[in-house]
Design a protein around this ligand. Sequence first.
Ligand code: NAD
Length: 438
Amino acid sequence: MKDLDRRAFLKNATAIAGTSVLLTNPFTSSAFYAQSADEVKVALVGCGGRGTGAAFQALSVKENVKLVAMADAFRDRLDSCYNNLTSGRAKEGQVAARVDVPEEHKFTGFEGYKKAMELADVVILTTPPGFRPIHFEEAVRQKKHVFMEKPVATDAPGIRRVLDAAEESKKKNLKVVVGLQRHYQKSYLETYKRVVEEGQIGDIVSARCYWNNDGVWVKKREENMTEMEYQMRNWYYFVWLCGDHISEQHIHNIDVINWFKGGYPKEAIGVGGREVRKGKEYGEIFDHHLVEFEYEDGMILNSQCRHQPGTVSNVSEHLVGTKGRATEGRLTDLKGNSLWRHRGKDDKNPYQVEHDHLFNCIVNNIPVNDAYNGAMSTMTAILGRMATYSGQKITMEEAMASNISLAPESFTWDTLPKSLPDENGFYPIPVPGKFKAV
Ligand SMILES: NC(=O)c1ccc[n+]([C@@H]2O[C@H](COP(=O)([O-])OP(=O)(O)OC[C@H]3O[C@@H](n4cnc5c(N)ncnc54)[C@H](O)[C@@H]3O)[C@@H](O)[C@H]2O)c1
């Protein structure tokens, strides 16, 4: 029996059998608990901004958690994450004390994740999403519980791998939480209760959602970088790694509509392009997408995402029902009169709640598995991208069946990715009407 399973089994067994078993069973002796006391070992794969945050949250839960291994493609990223987890704010609470990663448990390069996973009960997957299918598949193969960030893939073959691994993870009774943290945010959960469970705005008949803002960081190409290293460092701007911003960020809003609607769109049409993102440092992604998703019952979701500095910001979701309207933490009637408002002054940080929930489920053997929804909401965003890149109407069925794989065939620092710059350093940009999306 796997270490953690054995400990969960023993915990349940002692709870059922009472103290007489405690006195006679060698595994439940105080010596056993003194050395392992329900310790849950965690490995972090992808030690960047979110990986550092997720590790911080995992190490802040009430269960006895320890970070035992770290893997990153780059040593400098791993080191800065390790430093953040062992100094400053981390030292004030319990976090730094729960980091136990000796030098031989720090892994770099493309293959390090496998060794890091072997040392743990739970793995945190926070690399760019292009690697998520490979890493999730391996975590499930090794029978590890998983926290993985959204999106969970960047193309349809990747989504199919995640869906297969999701099935397998359920058979193995693994706990999987996906970082679509609005599902763990009180303002959304309270809105969901009123809209979906209580039907306070009637049947949902239309929806719109937005992720409009300035955009994100850019990493410079340096002299000695191979093309692979450059794309990995500047990953946001390469579709095989990022999925484009419609998938990388706007997934949060699209996912909320899927969640409240209780399903996924059947088709999409859209427009998009690059108006301000002209430089070669912006790789190959668009700076705006406007997509009309149609659901099974004919409901239309209008989705907008834009990365253009100086334009109006808006990150939100809106539903129209037959009796009223809803947005996060707020319901109105059809005339705009307030029906309910969530104040939420003391709401817990949803990034923490998702980890509290995962570790509670692991230790107490409570089912949780977000992988299917994580994959289907990622696929919805990919469907939107396929529609804007191609300028065609694309069905979910066609999109899901696509065999276009964006990732390189192998991963070494000298491997050439599929999308390469011209002699002036510019990458090919999808042209609607010409681009083949499926
Ligand atoms: N839920 C949220 O609100 C939220 C917020 C931020 C980021 N994220 C997600 O977290 C993920 C990471 O984003 P980030 O902002 O931390 O990016 P980041 O660039 O800061 O971190 C990614 C890290 O992964 C490493 N990496 C890349 N390929 C790797 C590989 N094959 N093996 C091991 N390590 C590898 C990179 O070197 C880097 O350190 C993305 O999927 C992003 O969408 C989610």
